[in-house]
Ligand binder design. Structure first.
Ligand code: GZL
Length: 335
């Protein structure tokens, strides 16, 4: 019985503790919300593209409500321009704190400058940003979320250990997350970092499935069709999230193949749907990526109000769940 490769899901506040300079120590720090009034938080969510995102939204809404904070919530339907619009509206409304999960890494320079100029502290949840100039850390108080590169490495390490293929060729197809998003970029990088020591594992097809079940199924159908036409065998699917894997499972079955057996599948998130697919023998491993960031966000907002120090990076530690522990673990899953 494979032991659960769970490294614990404890929240670990890591890296440097920084003085609460809000946005950048050289400028006047962002206005800490006054402790005597209801705190107003503007949250610009990406959308509702996956089981993970739905659980993430639920965690944020329920935690904010339980903390008696006033949450202004927007759903951007996975469009960056809608997130930027929402952040600008939060600035107009003079909310106490702005939080968001950037749908893609770039294109945030202007709106982050505007939030800084308005002295409204910004919290990045789930995904990070890259600026065209300057240090992103001057524009946000903290970034809380997973280490996506580590998740990609864990997926690759698990597969090599599971397949025990030595130097035999292994054909892999990859369903990437949203193009330009931090998880898609980093999960690919982490995978490739491990696989450079295993050159027999070759990614023969790779395309974005935009983190959704529907697109994951559609792209997997095209992979299966083109592989058949080219006389290529697909041995493995690496999906950057469980939802795309679940969509691909449908495509694999409709092609008359057995997911989890004819094609080994490893994905990332650890949502309930993945555990159910593993118990059904259709998915082989899910690398955990916790969406339960609501409690951490509440703590950060409270610390902001209290003028406490906040680490620039709050990392969530997560595990790896192979199919043979899925049945035992499912009752413990919180999302
Ligand atoms: C990861 C998160 C990703 C999930 C997907 O933290 O940003 O976005 O892996 C979700 O399921 O759509």
């Amino acid at each position: 019985m494979k032991k659960i490769l769970k490294v614990g899901a404890l929240l670990v506040a890591t890296t440097l503790m920084v003085a609460l300079g809000g946005c950048g120590s050289k400028d006047k720090p962002a206005e800490a919300p006054k402790a005597d009034k209801k705190i107003v938080v503007g949250f610009a969510q990406i959308g509702a593209e996956s089981e993970w995102r739905t659980a993430n939204t639920e965690s944020i809404k329920s935690s904010m409500a339980a903390a008696g904070m006033d949450l202004k919530f927007s759903d951007a339907q996975q469009k960056q321009e809608n997130q930027i619009k929402a952040i600008r509206s939060f600035i107009q409304q003079k909310v106490d704190v702005i939080a968001f999960s950037p749908v893609v890494e770039t294109g945030w320079d202007a709106v982050l400058q505007e939030a800084k100029a308005a002295k409204i502290p910004v919290v990045l949840t789930d995904r990070a940003v890259k600026l065209s100039s300057g240090n992103p850390e001057d524009f946000y108080v903290t970034f809380m979320g997973s280490d996506f590169k580590e998740e990609g490495k864990r997926a690759a390490k698990w597969l090599v250990d599971f397949m025990k293929k030595g130097s035999e060729p292994v054909n892999v197809v990859e369903l990437q997350g949203t193009t330009g998003s931090a998880p898609a970029i980093d999960r690919k990088t982490g995978w490739e970092e491990v696989m450079k020591d295993h050159p027999n594992y070759k990614i023969i097809k790779s395309q974005t499935g935009d983190f959704t079940r529907a697109k994951g199924k559609e792209v997997m159908e095209s992979f299966l069709k083109s592989a058949k036409a080219e006389g290529q065998k697909i041995d493995v699917l690496y999906a950057h999230n469980d939802d795309m894997a679940i969509g691909a499972i449908q495509a694999i079955e409709e092609a008359g193949l057995k997911p989890g057996k004819d094609i080994i599948i490893v994905s990332i998130d650890g949502v309930k749907g993945a555990f159910e697919a593993m118990i059904a023998g259709k998915l082989n491993c899910s690398v955990e990526c916790s969406p339960l960031l609501g409690p951490q966000l509440v703590e950060v907002v409270k610390d902001l109000v209290a003028g406490k120090q906040i680490p620039k990076r709050i990392l969530t530690n997560e595990g790896v769940f192979p199919a043979d522990v899925a049945a035992k673990e499912l009752p413990n899953r919180k999302y």
